[in-house]
Design a protein around this ligand. Structure first.
Ligand code: NOJ
Length: 428
């Protein structure tokens, strides 16, 4: 018996990004960063999952998993290896991938920017340079014209908030800046890039469905009765969860250091892509200069290999909250757990889907769920050490092996719901 049934036509899929799975993306800023030994254990993405060559095999796995959707990204540095020069063979390659998905009746969800930039863009100042907006748009126009008959669901930018945060405020990703002002500048440029890309995509494909994949975090105050902890909570919530989204809903960019009316940014999403993973407990700490922000995960919390708290109720809260704000359909563009032994993933998957189901029952329009990730891959600054895959990858032999969670996900996709049996087995 199916205990939790999902709406008819629901998209069940997984998500990946070009640099994390393809291998040999030698022409982007991450490759350069890795070559300088900046990733954990000095790992480099190298061949990654060799998905560039093994995509047929991987799409077959998706089919066997009974999925009807797949999210991946197009690598800008392959399409446009230098300014204004477009590479025909890469364009053809992605076309083949898209046709191969279509032939298997798998709906592609295509991301146009997923953390990486061509080296030539990075050299010109990356997203701090407002010219990057125009560069990006030329690439978008080219790609959308090429794939207009194959793709309906577009994601302009993956996690603009997380990208700006990790690359320009926390110094974790290239170009390793640590400046709030720069972070705000990047968010501002990315908002403009998204809004104009939205327009371009619609000019080429009038009925396209366009969004971003938005990382949302739950921030809870360490001490709920502390005035200062609550101030920090609000500050982070605005900075991380709200500024970007608010601008593409209202056309008003309102951030520390910068306020600007961007009228053309108003109402530039057709659905909202949500990436949800975890919550952080936050508070005021006089010792952490300059922002006095303490980020904390309680000792006794259940955690992933990454140390991220497992907090399924947060999924429900986030989906409800952003539905109230956006009033457009929601697609979960990422949700998943780093768990090499696959001990916690079954429960993570089921408990999160049950929370999503609760939101759907209460009227939230959710069109689909894309799990991160199909297979283990290159987890950015953590290299290959964090394993998010439903499928395990042996990076020496490139062998793919089904994890138990992969089989569970197949069962859910096949039934368009969660059976009593799965609940009995993994949630009791
Ligand atoms: C968000 C990013 O979009 C993706 O690239 C990353 O691997 C996952 N989260 C897990 O951290």
């Amino acid at each position: 018996m199916i205990r939790y049934a999902f709406p008819d036509g629901f998209f069940w899929g997984t998500a990946v990004s070009s640099h994390q799975v393809e291998g040999n993306n030698t022409n982007n800023d991450w490759w350069e960063f890795e070559s300088q030994g900046k990733v954990k254990n000095k790992e480099i993405s190298g061949n990654a999952c060799d998905h560039w060559n093994k995509y047929e095999e991987d799409f077959q796995i998706i089919k066997e998993m009974k999925n009807n959707a797949f999210r991946f990204s197009i690598e800008w540095s392959r399409i446009e290896p230098s300014l204004g020069i477009f590479d025909g063979s890469s364009i053809e390659h992605y076309k083949k991938m898209l046709s191969s998905l279509r032939n298997r009746e798998i709906e592609p969800f295509v991301t146009l920017h997923h953390f990486t930039n061509p080296i030539w863009v990075a050299r010109e100042g990356g997203w701090l340079n407002e010219k990057t907006v125009d560069y990006f748009l030329k690439y978008v126009e080219k790609v959308v014209k090429e794939y207009k008959d194959l793709v309906r669901y577009w994601i302009t930018i993956n996690e603009p908030n997380a990208y700006a945060f990790a690359s320009y405020l926390m110094g974790m990703f290239p170009p390793q800046e640590k400046s709030l002002l720069k972070m705000i500048t990047v968010l501002n440029n990315m908002v403009k890039a998204h809004a104009k890309a939205y327009e371009i995509i619609h000019e080429i494909i009038p009925d396209a469905m366009v969004s971003i994949a938005y990382n949302v975090m739950i921030f809870d105050p360490i001490n709920p009765s502390s005035f200062f902890d609550k101030k920090i909570q609000n500050f982070l919530d605005r900075l991380y969860n709200l500024i970007f989204l608010e601008t593409i809903l209202t056309g008003k960019f309102s951030a520390p250091f910068k306020k600007e009316n961007i009228p053309y940014a108003k109402n530039t999403i057709d659905y909202l892509g949500i990436n949800y993973y975890t919550r952080l407990h936050v508070g005021f700490d006089i010792k952490t200069f300059p922002f006095f922000v303490k980020l904390y995960v309680p000792e006794n919390a259940e955690k992933s290999d990454f140390g991220w708290e497992i907090y399924p109720e947060g999924f429900y809260k986030v989906v409800k909250r952003f539905w109230e704000m956006v009033k457009k359909p929601i697609i979960i563009t990422e949700n998943g757990i780093s768990d090499a032994k696959d001990e916690k993933r079954p429960k993570y998957l089921l408990s999160h889907l049950i929370e999503l189901h609760r939101a759907i029952q209460e009227g939230v329009k959710v069109l689909g769920y894309l799990h991160w990730s199909l297979m283990d891959n290159f987890e950015w600054a953590e290299g290959f050490s964090q394993r998010f895959g439903l499928i395990e990858v042996d990076f020496k032999t490139q062998e793919r092996r089904w994890r138990n969670s992969g089989k569970i996900y197949k069962n859910i996709s096949e039934n368009n719901g969660i059976s009593d049996e799965l609940i009995e087995k993994y949630l009791k």
